[in-house]
Write a protein that binds this ligand. Structure first.
Ligand SMILES: [Cu+2]
Length: 161
């Protein structure tokens, strides 16, 4: 018998799932999950986005970790690039309803000349396409995580040559 992959990824350690009574309960962390739990305790950044290929960078706050990679890597000035990323809610936080990606140069107070399009790949994974840095320098890549009327912005600084 050929083993088939599990159809659903396991919820993150401590993530809340719905039980039959409709009540959120934290996922219990047993056996193998204990290893992942150590990562939870020391910062979810280590576990978030493991499925991404290439050098992974993170942006995080108290509620979320976003792990991402860019293609190409490094980003080339004047050339479109793609951001593949995974949003990992910390324990007690639910996944955002929608996600936006943008970028700006804080020193120059301007953004990109392009608007990124974000598509979801399921299980908290997304792809942002159509980004372009039109000049070298320090850019902040921003991830806006929207839940209802709340938006949390996570930023990652990138030095582009
Ligand atoms: Cu600039």
């Amino acid at each position: 018998m050929i083993p088939t992959p599990h159809p659903n990824p396991l919820p993150a350690c401590g993530e809340r799932v719905r039980d039959s009574a409709g009540e959120g309960r934290p996922v219990r962390c047993l056996n193998m999950a204990l290893v992942a739990c150590l990562a939870c305790a020391t910062g979810a950044a280590y576990a978030c986005g493991e499925q991404l290929h290439g050098d992974r960078q993170t942006a995080e706050n108290g509620h979320y970790v976003v792990a991402y990679t860019t293609t190409p890597q490094p980003i080339v000035v004047g050339r479109h690039f793609v951001v593949d990323f995974v949003v990992c809610p910390r324990a007690g936080t639910t996944a955002p309803q929608s996600v936006r990606v943008d970028a700006n140069m804080p020193a120059h107070r301007h953004g990109m000349n392009y608007r990124a399009a974000v598509s979801g790949a399921g299980a908290g994974a997304y792809r942002a396409e159509g980004l372009l840095f039109h000049m070298p320098g320090r850019w902040d890549l921003t991830f806006d995580l929207v839940s209802g009327s709340t938006t949390e912005r996570l930023a990652s600084a990138l030095q582009v040559e």
